[in-house]
Design a protein around this ligand. Sequence first.
Ligand SMILES: NC(=O)c1ccc[n+]([C@@H]2O[C@H](COP(=O)([O-])OP(=O)(O)OC[C@H]3O[C@@H](n4cnc5c(N)ncnc54)[C@H](O)[C@@H]3O)[C@@H](O)[C@H]2O)c1
Length: 345
Amino acid sequence: MKALSKLKNEPGIWMVDVPMPEIGPDDVLVKVHKTGICGTDVHIYKWDEWAQQTVPWPMVTGHEYAGEIVELGQNVKDLKIGQRVSGEGHVVGHNSRASRAGKYHLDPDTKGIGVNLPGAFAEYVKIPAFNIVSLPDAVDDEIGAILDPLGNAVHTALAFDLVGEDVIITGAGPIGIMGAAVAKRAGARHVVITDLSDERLALAKQVAPEARAVNVGTENLRDAMKGLGMKEGFDVGLEMSGAPAALDQMLDHLVMGGKVALLGVPARPFVFDLSKVVFRMVTLKGIYGREMFETWHKMLGMLETGLDVRKVITHRMAAKDYAEAFKIAADGKSGKVVLDWGEAQ
Ligand SMILES: NC(=O)c1ccc[n+]([C@@H]2O[C@H](COP(=O)([O-])OP(=O)(O)OC[C@H]3O[C@@H](n4cnc5c(N)ncnc54)[C@H](O)[C@@H]3O)[C@@H](O)[C@H]2O)c1
């Protein structure tokens, strides 16, 4: 089968022929229809320090996918051939204290499909049946292919009660943008999303028109807050940029006792004024992946009842055009890039 593999110890990714995955008794084989390119895939493509230290090669990459089940392991009883599915890309162990308590997202032995396990940028991918999530009719394959990052947005946005609250989202990447749509849907009063890129903020306005998009490189955040009639500060912050300056700015614009969910991953350790957290009695919460499977349940429920994030997909391309697709995903201006595996060759 065709697959996009990290073949060499250098930047790039290559379409190659690899053997079909062999499934175990608790796995299913998924024929991949569509995949999304994630920031993680871009790190692997660029072969930065994190990727070099984390990803064994050769490795078929990719973890955002939708497809259909074509083979069932002998122990798999509750799934069907032909079923349209997506699934959780974090493969957890079942022996840790967290897993045995049902808190799978906190399992310390988690491995990533397309990072440490063969991935979904392929015509077929092996997935543990436990990780499979069935797609309702309301969720088509291209939305199915971006449920992983939408799940990041949902997990972050629902970390704190948003009903009637004023929310700041720093970073209008695809996840921050979807986070803005989710925050409004979850009942926030004002949602302000910040970035330094006009292209990204223009996309935010399309996907989440009820949010106020602010370019913090050219506009004053306090003025934007005044314009919305806000007096004190934001009740909740969703950090989705990984930029130290964004976190600092967020903390400066929170109410006393504000709450912050941190999804963005800083590129490197940085110096940060912890006294802003202490004296303002701020709650910080780290977010990793999605809650298994509560985030999936809530996300699908919201999609079935009108949450619309489709406009965040700015590029739909054939898998064979992967080189161009990765360039677009890496330029930091686009929304989600979705590859169609019906056209892998
Ligand atoms: N914790 C997790 O499980 C998890 C999962 C996926 C992604 N992530 C991280 O979440 C973040 C969002 O993902 P994405 O794919 O949307 O990322 P992205 O890199 O596409 O978007 C980040 C955005 O932040 C903007 N930005 C940079 N400096 C800023 C500043 N000072 N103020 C406001 N915005 C600023 C950038 O211009 C960019 O548009 C990334 O850091 C990513 O690594 C974390």
